[in-house]
Design a protein around this ligand. Structure first.
Ligand SMILES: O=C(O)CCC(=O)C(=O)O
Ligand SMILES: [Fe+2]
Length: 211
């Protein structure tokens, strides 16, 4: 049974070009050329306009955990609307369960250390971030550009790296089939070695986000 805040392997694989990473440890997919180069460029321009240093839930005192810059992309922007439409056509998730689209920019040496996207139910931030919309279910992430060197996303549990590539989507289920959080989804946005890396991330929740 799939909830309104969830996608499924069946839904995603119905789209030509979607590839599932063969593993029984997690549900993980990629789709090359999901987003056109021109839409990627427009989104990069929006990120450049609005970027600010990233913040993080439960970051502790590790200031270097997530060193990239983040921005919440304005839902009214035509490019953001277009992006949202692409996501909902692909994943079948009720858009009301989506968080606002986030953009991220990594300069040389910046990274997002290994982490999971779901929230820790015992953490001090659970109530603050999850009391309304519940846990994060699925993550959809798109690379907006090719990076000269570095910047791959690594899933250590299955020794799989994704290289940034303009318009490439990577998405995964943060949950196991029984609804528990899946630690095999831990991933690392590795350091950019040369160039700048831009991504957008769309997270979904168990319950409506309350837009
Ligand atoms: O930039 C990446 O490769 C990973 C980004 C990420 O993990 C996130 O935004 O949650
Ligand atoms: Fe992440």
């Amino acid at each position: 049974m799939t909830g309104p805040g969830e996608s499924s392997a069946e839904t995603l694989l119905a789209r030509p070009g979607v590839q599932r990473v063969p593993s029984d440890k997690l549900e993980l997919f990629q789709l090359r050329n999901f987003v056109s180069p021109s839409l990627c460029e427009t989104l990069i321009d929006l990120i450049e306009k609005d970027r600010r240093p990233s913040t993080l839930a439960d970051a502790g005192d590790d200031r270097y955990f997530r060193t990239s810059e983040t921005c919440d992309l304005e839902p009214e922007e035509p490019a953001v609307r277009e992006m949202e439409a692409l996501f909902s056509a692909l994943n079948g998730i009720d858009p009301t369960h989506g968080e606002p689209l986030q953009g991220q920019r990594y300069d040389v040496g910046q990274e997002f250390k290994p982490h999971c996207d779901y929230f820790n139910r015992d953490g001090q931030d659970w109530d603050k971030y999850c009391s309304v919309a519940g846990q994060r279910t699925w993550t959809f992430m798109v690379y907006l550009n090719d990076v000269e060197a570095g910047g791959a996303t690594r899933f250590k549990a299955i020794k799989k790296n994704f290289q940034p590539e303009t318009g490439k989507l990577v998405c995964w289920n943060n949950m196991r089939p029984d609804g528990s959080e899946n630690p095999n989804t831990i991933h690392h946005g590795m350091k950019v070695r040369r160039g700048v890396k831009y991504v957008i991330t769309k997270w979904y929740r168990e319950r409506p986000w309350g837009w």
